[in-house]
Structure formats: structure tokens, C-alpha cells
Design a protein around this ligand. Sequence first.
Ligand code: CIR
Length: 258
Amino acid sequence: MSQFTQAIVRLPGSNYADGLTRVDLGVPSMARVMAQHERYCSVLRDCGLELTVLQADPRYPDGTFVEDTAVLLPDAAMITRPGADSRQGEVIAIDGALRTHYSSFERIEAPGTLDGGDICEADRHVFIGLSHRTNEEGAAQLAHWLREHGYTSSTVDIRGMDSILHLKSGIAWLGDHRLLVIEELADHPAFAGIEQVVVEPDEMYAANAIRVNDHVLVAKGYPKLQAQLEALGYDCVALDMSEYAKMDGGLSCLSLRF
Ligand code: CIR
């Protein structure tokens, strides 16, 4: 599992609640949105990452979900073309922020669309979700780029699943040849031969965990999953994600880690 040293995050803007969401969990409280973001940043710093913190842009209420705007390998960056029209302009600021760290850039071109939330790196293999945001053309462009950089990939079609927005709403790579996965995806042929930690259906939201160096960041309030992970020896840090869940987001979405 690669060690991360950097992360890019973007502050939520005052119109954060105007972003896209498919869930009905209520209106986010801006005070809690900001507090949860601050804690998220401080946990990433505690994990040893140096943070680039971008300012909010009122044109993009979903802009804090930076993960969707790029796919990062150790030595190359792919700028995405997000599947939601309202989010496509978010990539400009991210491209700018990545220029200080990367020299090799590609971008997903129309008619391809791709959200970083659909991309799950599992060592030298990458799972690419086909979703309502990532189309086959976008997935094919990414697969081609990955191949050029020595990675294999496979697609996982989640277009028929209402329960998750992105592939990584339902899986997380834990390293150690181990995948965290929701029941609905556990039997998918792409995951055959990989040790799976299956998330209980009533704790589905917690599948969007992130391994960051020596820690696993998990959403707070999902004790069964946390116990499963701790039994496997993972050092878990639980974060309250209530206000991000309301906008269909989770832990992985809030940063680009590299
Ligand atoms: C959206 O619908 O695009 C945002 N409200 C949430 C994006 C979450 N991103 C992610 O899972 N990678």
C-alpha cells in the first residue's frame, strides 16, 4: 500500500447545501459541516499528510468533494470530466493545485465522463465503477492511461444499484490484499480471490472508509464495522460524517491523497 505524504482538500462553501444529493437525510448544518471538515483535515495531518487547502468557489457547491476531480498515480495525474454537468468546472482549480506536484497530466475527454469516486486503486490493479457518473467511454480512457502506467484494471457496473452513488460508496481497499465491501457487491467476479471484509447491511454507509498510512478512517457510529476492522489489527479513527452523508458524500470524497 503506498504511503501518502500529501492531500488536497477544499473548504465547503456557504452554499454547500445547494449541491447534488439523492438522499433525504435533512438539510446540513453549516456549523457542523465546517467542524467536521476541520476535524477531517486534522486527522489527515495526524496521519502524516501535508495538506493543500483550497478555498471554496460559490459556483461549485459540491466542490468540497475533490476526490471526483482527479485520479492520481505516484507519478501521473488524470484530470477527470465529472459526470454531473454542474461539477465539470471544479477540475480547473484542482488542475492548478496539482501542477506543483505533478508534471505528467492527462484528462478525460468528451464524450467520456468519470468521477474519481468510481475509481478504487488496489495496489497495481484498479477497479473502475461504471455508474450514472462514469460512462463506458470515460472508463475506457482511464483504463488505457492506467495500462500505459503499468496498471491493470477491471470494471464493476453499478448502474443498476440504487444504494450507492459511486463504486467507492460500496468498497474500500484496505491494503494487505483485503477489500471492504457491501453485501450487494461481495459476489462480484471482479473481487474473486480477494479477502473481503463484508459490511453489514445496516452499516452500509461505513463502507466508504479510507486507509491512510497506518490508520483506517471510518465514519463514526458504525460499531460493528469498526470492531471487524480492529479485530484484523487496523488502527481505526472514527469521524463524524453526518453532514457529508446528507449530500451523498463520505470520507474518501473529501480529499485527493498522494
Ligand atoms: C455529488 O452528488 O456529486 C456530491 N453531492 C457528492 C459526491 C461524493 N463523492 C464521492 O463519493 N466521491
